[in-house]
Ligand binder design. Structure first.
Ligand code: 13P
Ligand code: ZN
Length: 265
C-alpha cells in the first residue's frame, strides 16, 4: 500500500538525520489504483483550503502529503495525525482534505513548491514523476556555504566526488540562492530549475528531489548527500586530485547516459 511506502520514507529520512524537528516534507501524487485502495478511508472532511496560486494542471489529482509543523520522526506512530490526503479542486486554486491531518494539522508550508514541482516534473516526464521530497541533509547544506550559487559549480563538484554521481544525475543539479522558505516565489524559482534537474539545492537550507517512486527519489537525495559529505571530507583533508572531465565522458559512454555538456570543460 502506498501509504506504508510513504511512511517508511519519512522515517528513513529521519534516521539519516535529515529531519530535525519538523524539518523536511514529502508529497506523492496518487495513481488510480492508490485511489481505489484508499477509497474506504477518504471522505469529505469539510476542510476546503485556498492555495493562493494556479494549480489548474493538477485539478482532480490526489496527493498524500506531510503535515506542516509535524515531525517525520512521528509519522509511523500516528500517520493520520502527521500526514494526509488532499484533492486539488476543479477550480485549480484550492484543495479539499480527504483523510488525515487530524488534530488541526494541515499540509506542509512548502506545499506551493511541492505542487509547482509536481507540475514541472509531470510535464517533462510525461507524467511519470510522482514523488517530491524536501530534506535538510547537513552536508548538502554545508556545501552551500563554500560554493557560489551556480548550477555548474555544484554539478561539477558533486560529479567529481563519487564516481556514480554522473550516472545517477547526468543532467546535474540546480541551485536556488537564499529565499524565504514556504513562499510562492521560492516555489516558482525551484520549479523553473526542477524542469531541467531532478534535484534542486536550496542555499543555507536543504534540497528538493523528485522521482517516479519513493526509492528513486530517496536514492537521489541520498547520493547527492553522500557526494557532498565526501567532498567536504576531502576538502578538509586537502584535495590533490579529482575525477577528470575525460573520465566523466567515459562514464557517460559506458553507462549510456548523456552527461550535461554545458558543465564539462
Ligand atoms: P513544514 O513543517 O511546514 O513541512 O516545514 C518544514 C520545512 O522544512 C520548511 O522548509
Ligand atoms: Zn525546509
Amino acid at each position: 500500500m502506498f501509504i506504508d511506502d510513504f511512511v517508511r520514507m519519512c522515517f528513513d529520512g529521519f534516521e539519516q538525520g535529515w529531519h530535525e524537528r519538523n524539518g523536511g516534507n514529502l508529497s506523492y501524487r496518487m495513481t488510480d489504483k492508490d485511489r481505489e485502495d484508499a477509497a474506504s478511508i477518504m471522505k469529505d472532511t469539510g476542510r476546503h483550503i485556498d492555495l493562493g496560486f494556479d494549480a489548474t494542471e493538477l485539478k482532480g489529482e490526489y496527493f498524500l502529503v506531510t503535515g506542516s509543523g509535524r515531525y517525520m520522526r512521528n509519522v509511523p506512530l500516528a500517520p493520520e495525525k502527521n500526514i494526509g490526503i488532499v484533492k486539488i479542486a476543479d477550480d485549480g486554486h484550492s484543495y479539499d482534505i480527504l483523510w488525515g491531518f487530524e488534530d488541526g494539522a494541515k499540509p506542509t508550508s512548502e506545499l506551493p513548491t511541492h505542487l509547482m514541482n509536481h507540475m514541472a516534473r509531470m510535464s517533462v516526464t510525461d507524467g511519470k514523476c510522482r514523488v517530491i521530497y524536501h530534506a535538510h541533509p547537513a552536508n548538502i547544506t554545508a556545501l552551500t556555504y563554500v560554493l557560489p550559487p551556480e548550477d555548474k559549480a555544484y554539478s561539477r563538484i558533486l560529479w567529481q566526488s563519487e564516481t556514480e554521481c554522473a550516472v545517477v544525475f547526468p543532467e546535474g543539479v540546480g541551485v536556488v540562492d537564499w529565499m524565504v522558505p514556504g513562499s510562492i516565489d521560492i516555489g516558482i524559482e525551484t520549479a523553473k530549475l526542477i524542469k531541467k534537474y531532478r534535484a534542486v539545492i536550496w542555499t543555507f537550507h536543504g534540497i528538493f528531489g523528485s522521482g517516479a517512486d519513493f526509492d528513486e527519489t530517496f536514492g537521489l537525495v541520498h547520493t547527492v548527500e553522500k557526494a557532498a559529505e565526501i567532498y567536504l571530507k576531502a576538502r578538509s583533508a586537502g584535495i590533490i586530485r579529482t575525477i577528470t572531465d575525460d573520465q566523466l565522458r567515459l562514464l557517460g559512454d559506458a553507462f549510456g547516459v548523456e552527461i550535461n555538456k554545458d558543465f564539462l570543460d
